[in-house]
Design a protein around this ligand. Structure first.
Ligand SMILES: Cc1cc2nc3c(=O)[nH]c(=O)nc-3n(C[C@H](O)[C@H](O)[C@H](O)COP(=O)(O)OP(=O)(O)OC[C@H]3O[C@@H](n4cnc5c(N)ncnc54)[C@H](O)[C@@H]3O)c2cc1C
Ligand code: FES
Length: 250
């Protein structure tokens, strides 16, 4: 997928509920790691199966990558809320930074089935980190347009993916709805750009988690109506609800 990320397909069986875009699964990555690790559902290749796109970060993600193909892995899910689907006349702008693309991949697959204009904006620091190739291909029934941005200008737009979003919104000829996932600074910049234009925007937050089911308050995020648990009130939030200064500071 990229030098540091892998696409895993899990065989969950027919009784596993079909995940919705935005939802996540808590994975028991290794016997000696008590805390499960949360990952967004990144695709449904067939009924009873799901994909995860995982970036190697530390012990847990390495343990998952080292499992032999065919290993049994404990999972808890689908968990959390889901993205709000757009109206038929809206262009869906999917803004993903780094591994944040994983959180948008199932949404892109779902939108492509029923809606016609998807514009995916994918950013990374440098060209090898770009994950745009995991998104649905631009051919077929739906229209999927993919543009990339790199901080160092090694591929695509020279600058941040939020900068690219600003350019795209300035040129757009239709109402838009924005969906974003990535580092907090990228989410804050995206939220700021959309708020100034009155464009609806939702963010999938990848906050540190413990229980994953709303019991420990270990994943709270500041919102305009108080602290909310990312695992059970989210992970998808209307960006107008988020206290952006605290999101970036966390
Ligand atoms: C709702 C949700 C969806 C997510 N979806 C994906 C996904 O689709 N693909 C993906 O690769 N990652 C995703 N993440 C992040 C993923 O959970 C962490 O990368 C993972 O838990 C790291 O585990 P580790 O043991 O390898 O790393 P650790 O050794 O625990 O930590 C390594 C680094 O990762 C950071 N980290 C640890 N846990 C998290 C966390 N929960 N969120 C953010 N950073 C963390 C730590 O700050 C540390 O710097 C998601 C997180 C959430 C909450
Ligand atoms: S991780 Fe325990 S409340 Fe969210």
């Amino acid at each position: 997928m990229s030098p540091t990320s892998y696409l895993f397909t899990f065989e969950a069986g027919p009784e596993f509920p079909t995940p919705r875009p935005g939802q996540f699964v808590n994975v028991a990555v290794a016997d000696d790691l008590t805390l499960r690790r949360p990952f967004s559902f990144a695709g449904i290749p067939a009924p009873g199966r799901f994909d995860l796109l995982v970036e190697m970060r530390g012990k847990g993600t390495r343990a998952l990558a080292e499992k032999p193909i065919g290993s049994a892995v404990g999972v808890l899910g689908p968990l959390g809320n889901e993205f709000t689907l757009p109206g038929a006349d809206s262009v869906s702008l999917l803004v993903g930074g780094g591994i944040g693309v994983a959180g948008l991949r199932l949404l892109a697959q779902e939108l492509r089935r029923g809606y016609h204009r998807i514009h995916a904006l994918v950013g990374a620091r440098t060209s090898p980190g770009l994950l745009h190739h995991v998104l649905p291909s631009p051919t077929g029934d739906g229209e999927v347009l993919i543009e990339v941005a790199t901080d160092d200008g090694s591929e695509g737009f020279h600058g941040t993916v939020a900068g690219l979003l600003e350019r795209v919104l300035n040129e757009l000829d239709a109402p838009a709805r924005v969906y974003c996932c990535g580092p907090p600074a990228m989410i804050a910049a995206t939220a700021d750009i959309t708020a100034k234009r009155g464009v609806p925007c939702e963010a999938l937050l990848e906050e540190m988690m413990a229980c994953g089911v709303g019991a420990c308050r270990g994943c709270v995020v500041a919102t305009r109506s108080g602290y909310k648990s990312v695992c059970s009130d989210g992970p998808v939030f209307d960006t107008n609800e988020l206290v952006l200064e605290e999101l970036v500071r966390a």
